[in-house]
Design a binder for this molecule. Structure first.
Ligand SMILES: [Mg+2]
Length: 319
């Protein structure tokens, strides 16, 4: 459904700002606590915490991240989950969210209702209250931006730094073909991220948002290259399906499509990848694959079928 309508009585213009905020509070219901903890004052108030705080922000923009083909509930889920995925990728626990909306007067009320109801569902599911927000006018469209505050794991937030030559490269789940629907249906890997952050042999982590081919560079130590085993990559069913009509290979989809929101992380080269996978399987059913290793830039390949990452490019913003 399009988020916009030319029929005045169906659009936000029929309510005005004050009544719209009232509606939003109703739609969010128990997902938004009463002030001073929730919507309705100049600031939201969040209780202090002993741990380091994680803060992340990400938008969904009409025409950029979604269009008329994505249901309003899918847009809400995507907004919330991509922010949660960033908290997951540092091993954190989400605590609270705020949301800023920029919209024109033609946005449909029923579209907004479904959008906020999906936010409320996810807020309850992960126990992340929506404690505040803002509404602003934006003449040409619809943008929703969410900020999530989270708590770092006890020992350390798991960052993108920390891998060394010889370390193993792992990815959860499967990759590619997100545009067939995964990008608004995925669930953030919060439990997995928290477990990985506690594991002494896990050294660095991120979530796959721009495509493995591009994202893996962010974890690659200086003077090293990511040697990926061409036979090991976990290619999704959607990637294979897309490849039947797109003219590029399933492998290429897996490497470059992006929006997979799986966890990409590195394990100490001293650890045994098979033993690590066995430990994982005791707790999680989700697929986990060792896809390669960091080696010195000019070192011989550990694989007979190493992927040539220089020839593929992931999604690049602002280009
Ligand atoms: Mg990220």
């Amino acid at each position: 459904m399009s988020p916009f309508t030319t029929q005045r009585r169906l659009a936000v213009t029929s309510l005005g700002e004050a009544k719209l905020i009232g509606e939003i509070r109703r739609w969010l219901s128990t997902a938004s606590p009463r002030p001073p903890g929730g919507i309705g004052d100049d600031c939201a108030v969040l209780a202090g915490s002993m741990r380091d705080q994680l803060i992340t922000v990400d938008p969904v923009i009409y025409g950029e991240h979604f269009d008329d083909s994505v249901p309003a509930r899918g847009v809400g889920a995507k907004l919330f989950n991509r922010n949660l995925s960033d908290i997951a990728s540092m091993g954190g626990r989400p605590r609270a969210a705020v949301i800023a909306l920029a919209l024109n007067e033609q946005v449909r009320l029923d579209w907004l209702r479904e959008f906020y109801r999906s936010l409320a569902t996810i807020a309850r599911q992960h126990r992340v209250p929506i404690i505040g927000g803002d509404i602003a006018h934006h003449a040409s469209g619809l943008i929703a931006t969410m900020t999530i505050i989270g708590e770092a794991p006890e020992d350390r937030p798991l960052t993108r730094q920390g891998a060394a030559a010889g370390d193993w490269i792992f990815v959860t789940g499967t990759l590619g073909g997100s545009r067939l629907g995964w990008h608004y249906k995925f669930s953030p890997r919060l439990a997995e991220g928290q477990w990985l952050a506690r594991h002494p042999h896990v050294r660095s982590m991120m979530d796959v948002s721009d495509g493995l081919a591009k994202d893996v560079h962010a974890l690659t130590p200086n003077a090293c290259r990511a040697a990926l085993d061409g036979k090991a990559l976990p290619i999704s069913r959607s990637a294979r399906k897309l490849a039947t009509t797109s003219g590029v290979s399933p492998l290429h989809h897996a490497l470059t499509d992006g929006e997979d929101y799986e966890l990409l992380f590195t394990l100490s080269g001293k650890a045994d990848p098979a033993a690590f996978i066995a430990e994982w399987r005791e707790i999680f059913r989700r697929r986990l694959t060792c896809i390669g290793r960091f080696v010195k830039r000019r070192a011989r390949s550990p694989y007979t079928d190493e992927l040539d990452l220089a020839s593929v490019h992931g999604f690049e913003h602002l280009r």
